[in-house]
Design a protein around this ligand. Structure first.
Ligand SMILES: N[C@@H](CCC(=O)N[C@@H](CS)C(=O)NCC(=O)O)C(=O)O
Length: 348
């Protein structure tokens, strides 16, 4: 007779939460890649995260029982372990670099908008704190769930400034999310995914954040009203296990890539460079300019490492691929941020 251990044994276990963008990103990746796994919601992710160096979900446990986290590293681990089919990395190295850059942009910048929308307005705070508590504690009774909801609501609202999603940043983040969604809404209709009829790591990173924006009351309303195709794309991207393995488009310069890279150069990369400078000089707080104003945020070592990883990935491209990317990266404004500087290296 099979017990639970024999069923789970030999499979990956993904421990996360449906209210966590990175958990949804990884669940969609495993499904698309047809890698058999068991999804564990509830408290499993929070418990597993406690024994990790960075205490974040999702946590992926391999069939051999080793635990890892950080979605970007998890995607790389799965690429190394399962290289043959349904890879998320475009075969063209220049496109592969753009996928890394846009994955990071979605994970680290669109994430701020997601946080801002979830924790700014009472309607979103109330609904989502309750649902997150329900997801973790369902069946444990309304009192326990409401208490947990209240505790999480207070904690997350109090962290808005720390994560760069405070009052002053709110309009900047909302306007940026709007431009990102507008670009993606057209792309999913005209092409399907960012780099052709096949999803990349960057598509799944956008999917993760959008899965939350498509659930929380305020941004869900906006998406349904203004970006209905993208809203529906989120629902289809949740499970692409039956999607054929489509071709990559080899066009480097598309309207959608241009819009997203311009947004990246206008907001995320200047922010990230200012963060790296603060980390390098040991400043706890830093300021950066956005939409004519000045925003303040706590320095973040992890994001300094993200920027350094991008700088290194660009440097590792061969001269021909770099030359193919230079016009697009120059015209959109990204290039200066992708070259090695004293700060980006010191901060990492
Ligand atoms: N860079 C990580 C970020 C993961 C992350 O921030 N997860 C959030 C939930 S979506 C978390 O666990 N936060 C812990 C906390 O808020 O204490 C990744 O890509 O997986």
């Amino acid at each position: 007779m099979m017990n639970e251990e024999t069923v789970v044994g030999g499979l990956y276990q993904l421990k996360g939460a449906i209210g966590s963008p990175y958990s949804m990103k990884m669940r969609a990746v495993l499904r698309y890649r047809r890698i058999p796994f068991v999804w564990e919601g509830g408290m499993a992710g929070f418990v597993a995260a406690q024994s990790m160096k960075a205490k974040v979900v999702p946590v992926l446990v391999t069939p051999e029982g080793e635990a890892f986290n950080d979605s970007t590293a998890l995607i790389a681990l799965l690429e190394a372990r399962h290289p043959a089919v349904r890879s998320l990395v475009p075969t063209d190295a220049a496109l592969g670099f753009l996928s890394l850059l846009l994955e990071d942009f979605a994970d680290e910048w669109l994430a701020k908008a997601m946080y801002a929308y979830r924790w700014a307005r009472p309607v979103d705070q109330a609904q989502m704190s309750r649902w997150l508590a329900f997801d973790a504690l369902r069946g444990e009774g309304a009192i326990r769930i409401e208490e947990q909801a209240q505790a999480w609501r207070e904690r997350q609202v109090s962290r808005r400034d720390l994560v760069g999603a405070g009052e002053a940043a709110q309009p900047v983040l909302e306007a940026s999310a709007d431009r990102i969604m507008a670009a993606l809404d057209r792309q999913v209709v005209e092409v399907g995914y960012l780099f052709g009829r096949r999803p990349s790591a960057a598509d799944f990173a956008f999917y993760g954040q959008l899965s939350q924006l498509a659930t929380d009351p305020t941004p869900q309303g906006l998406m349904r009203a203004h970006y209905p195709w993208l809203y529906r794309w989120v629902q289809t991207t949740e499970d692409l296990s039956g999607e054929p393995e489509g071709p990559w488009d080899v066009t480097l310069d598309t309207p959608c890539l241009r819009l997203l890279l311009t947004e990246c150069a206008t907001h995320y990369l200047p922010y990230s460079a200012a963060n790296a400078a603060a980390v390098a000089s040991g400043e706890p707080m830093f300021q950066y300019g956005a939409d004519g104003g000045v925003l303040t945020q706590a320095a973040n070592r992890y994001q300094a490492k993200c920027l350094w990883a991008l700088v290194q990935a660009f440097a590792a491209l061969d001269a021909r691929d770099q030359a193919r990317l230079v016009p697009l990266l120059t015209e959109t404004g990204c290039l200066p941020y992708l070259l090695k500087t004293v700060d980006t290296e010191a901060a990492a």
